[in-house]
Design a protein around this ligand. Structure first.
Ligand code: SER
Length: 312
C-alpha cells in the first residue's frame, strides 16, 4: 500500500487522487494532521513528528511506497525557524530511517527551487550548482536532499526527488509559500476583477501547472531504477514569468482585470531564488517533458475556476 503524508496540502490533495486513480482507492493511505471534510478513502491522522505512530502505520498497512509531502512552506517557515526545521528536517529524516528499517521499497521526497539562494546562478540554474539558501525552508530542503542521497548510497533506499517550481492549481490552495500569488491571482480575478500582489511586478520565478507536477512525480516514480542518476533531487521546469506578465495573460481573457503591487517580506525570499531552471538531466534520464506554458495554463486555470465558481 502507498502512504501519502501531508495529503491535505496543495500537492497532496491532487496527488492522492491521482495515485488512487492509478492504483485503486484502497491502495492509497492519506495522512495529515487534520482530516478534511468529505474525505473518502483510507485516512489516518498523523503528526509527522510522532515517529512511533508512523512506524505503526507503516507496519499495520503494509506500506511499500511513501510520498512524504508534509512540510511548512517558505514564507510561513520564517515565523518559527526552529519548528520549521523540526518538521521539515527531522520529520523527513525519520521517514527515511523507518523506510530503511521497515523495508519500504520506494520513497518520494519533494524538494524545491527554494534550495537555491542569492549566490546561485539566476538564469537557467544548472542541476549541480551553488546551494546556499537563505530561508529555513530552503536550508531544511537542501539538507534533506543530502540525506536522500546518503540513504540511497549507504543503504540502497530507492528514494527519488524533484525540485518543484511554484505550483499552480485550481483544485487546492497553497498555504504559506512565496509563489502563492500565482494561484490567488486567478481566484481574485474571477471574484473581484482585481488583485493586490505581494511581489513586485518584475519578479520572475519558475512555475509549473499542477497537471505537469503530478505527471512528473508519477513518471519519476515509475521510471526503471537504473535511469535515476540523481539521488539528491532533479531540477524540474516548465515556465517562468513575472506577476506583470501573468496579469497581462489574464487580461487577454478578463480585459478589465487590474493588478496592484504591495510587496511584503516575501519579496526578499523571491529575490533570493532563481528565475529559470535548467532541467535537461530530468529530460535526459527519465524523459521529462512539460505540457503547460503560461498561455495554456492561464486558459485552463480560468476555465476550471469558472466551473468551480459557477461563472458562465
Ligand atoms: N512554492 C514554494 C513556496 O513558495 C516553493 O517550494 O514556498
Amino acid at each position: 500500500m502507498i502512504l501519502v503524508t501531508g495529503a491535505n496540502g496543495q500537492i497532496g490533495t491532487v496527488l492522492t487522487e491521482a495515485l488512487r486513480e492509478a492504483f485503486g482507492e484502497d491502495q492509497v493511505l492519506a495522512t495529515d494532521i487534520k482530516k478534511p471534510d468529505g474525505h473518502t478513502g483510507p485516512f489516518e491522522m498523523l503528526d509527522i513528528l510522532n515517529t512511533q505512530r508512523i512506524t505503526e502505520i507503516v507496519g499495520d498497512y503494509n506500506i511499500t511506497t511513501i510520498y512524504h509531502l508534509a512540510a511548512i512552506l517558505s514564507a510561513n517557515g520564517e515565523w518559527n525557524p526552529q519548528k520549521t526545521w523540526n518538521i521539515n528536517l527531522n520529520g523527513s529524516l525519520s521517514i527515511l530511517e523507518l523506510a530503511r528499517a521497515q523495508g519500504v521499497r520506494k520513497v518520494f521526497f519533494p524538494s524545491t527551487i527554494a534550495v537555491f539562494g542569492p549566490t546561485t546562478p539566476r538564469i537557467s540554474t544548472p542541476q549541480h550548482t551553488v546551494i546556499e539558501p537563505s530561508t529555513v525552508y530552503g536550508i531544511s530542503k537542501a539538507t534533506n536532499e543530502l540525506w536522500c542521497n546518503y540513504y540511497f548510497n549507504r543503504y540502497g533506499l530507492d528514494v527519488r526527488s524533484v525540485r518543484y517550481p511554484g505550483i499552480i492549481s485550481y483544485q487546492s490552495m497553497p498555504g504559506g509559500g512565496t509563489t502563492d500569488y500565482a494561484v490567488d491571482i486567478f481566484h481574485q480575478a474571477l471574484l473581484t476583477g482585481q488583485y493586490t500582489c505581494f511581489l513586485k511586478a518584475h519578479t520572475r520565478l519558475p512555475m509549473m501547472y499542477m497537471d505537469d507536477a503530478i505527471r512528473a512525480t508519477l513518471e519519476l516514480m515509475a521510471a526503471p531504477q537504473e535511469k535515476i542518476k540523481i539521488r539528491t533531487s532533479y531540477n524540474l521546469a516548465a515556465m517562468s514569468f513575472t506577476p506583470a506578465e501573468l496579469a497581462e495573460e489574464i487580461k487577454k481573457h478578463i480585459p478589465d482585470f487590474k493588478i496592484m503591487y504591495e510587496p511584503d517580506h516575501r519579496q526578499e525570499i523571491a529575490e533570493s531564488w532563481t528565475e529559470s531552471i535548467d532541467d535537461h538531466e530530468a529530460r535526459k534520464d527519465w524523459d521529462w517533458k512539460h505540457d503547460f506554458n503560461l498561455e495554456t495554463m492561464t486558459i485552463e486555470m480560468l476555465k476550471q475556476l469558472k466551473l468551480k465558481y459557477n461563472h458562465v
